[in-house]
Design a protein around this ligand. Structure first.
Ligand SMILES: [Mn+2]
Length: 285
């Protein structure tokens, strides 16, 4: 059995990660090169690019840069489009929704060029609570339906990520995300689970991974406090064993804060995860 692959988010979106100031749009290639270099040197197999203005990115250049560092571009993260531009699938006004879809359409094309996945996390937005929640959920469903169809034409997979209740009131659990995918009959949409959110919302991280195994295409890893894996109290050895048991073939993509500092976070995450993956290989031999 092959070892699980590890990746890391490249963005300044959470005030974190590989290169602060990196993706003040458009991405500055000089800094992207530095970031890719650090990721490659630290032993990652892939990078997940957070984008806020997909229309400004030069796909050919970025892909060539990733390939020259032997890095896969695992996924495109769309959170910054929500955080910085206010784009949202659940927005009440239709012009924001259509702007959101058109930006995501660019992302689907980029994802096709990169051979990467496309994440739908915080860009689903949140509701004002009460009755507005169901209406907001309906708008998210409509958006997901459109994206799913575009993605299927371009051979791209979309990822729906459950996010904890303190960040949004729309789709907090793996169960809810799975049922959205099923009820909307989405064929090009799978699940992105995130250990930080799961620690808050799921009864058992391993049980939820087992339950979602057919739809699980990507995994965000961060510890209980959003610090890098190993700096909190999640049991990553058990998580990795479960992933192996369900024959998970996707990435462990680190999405942590830049704690205790940026370079340590990048290096320690890779060292720690590699160590656990190696141990899990030995245990099952
Ligand atoms: Mn995440």
């Amino acid at each position: 059995m092959e070892a699980l692959k590890i990746g890391i988010v490249v963005s300044d979106a959470m005030g974190c990660l590989v290169s602060p100031g990196l993706s003040k749009a458009p991405v500055r290639y000089k800094e992207l090169e530095k970031a890719f270099n650090l990721c490659a040197k630290s032993g990652y197999d892939g990078v997940e690019l957070f984008v806020d203005k997909p229309e400004n990115l030069d796909a050919t250049k970025i892909l060539a840069l990733a390939q020259s560092h032997h890095l896969e571009i695992t996924a495109l993260g769309t959170g910054p489009m929500y955080a910085r531009r206010g784009l949202s699938l659940s927005a009440e006004d239709s012009s924001t929704r259509s702007k959101t879809l058109s930006a995501l359409r660019h992302c689907i094309s980029l994802a096709e060029s990169f051979g990467s996945l496309l994440t739908i996390g915080s860009i689903r937005g949140k509701s004002r609570g009460g009755d507005s929640r169901l209406k907001a959920l309906k708008r998210v469903g409509e958006g997901l339906g459109i994206l799913d169809e575009w993605a299927s034409h371009q051979g791209v997979k979309v990822l729906l990520e459950p996010i904890n209740r303190y960040e949004t009131d729309l789709i907090n659990t793996a169960d809810h995300a799975l049922s959205m995918i099923k009820n909307l009959s989405l064929t090009s949409t799978g699940l992105l689970l995130d250990t930080f959110h799961m620690n808050i919302e799921e009864r058992s991280i391993s049980d939820s991974i087992r339950k979602c195994k057919r739809s699980l295409l990507h995994l965000h890893v961060a510890d209980s406090n959003r610090w890098p894996p190993g700096y909190g109290h999640l049991d990553f050895q058990q998580i990795i064993q479960t992933l192996r048991a369900v024959n998970y073939e996707g990435y462990l993509s680190s999405e942590s804060l830049a704690k205790p500092d940026r370079v340590t976070a990048v290096k320690m995450t890779a060292t720690y995860l590699r160590g656990l993956i190696k141990k899990s290989l030995v245990q099952t031999e």
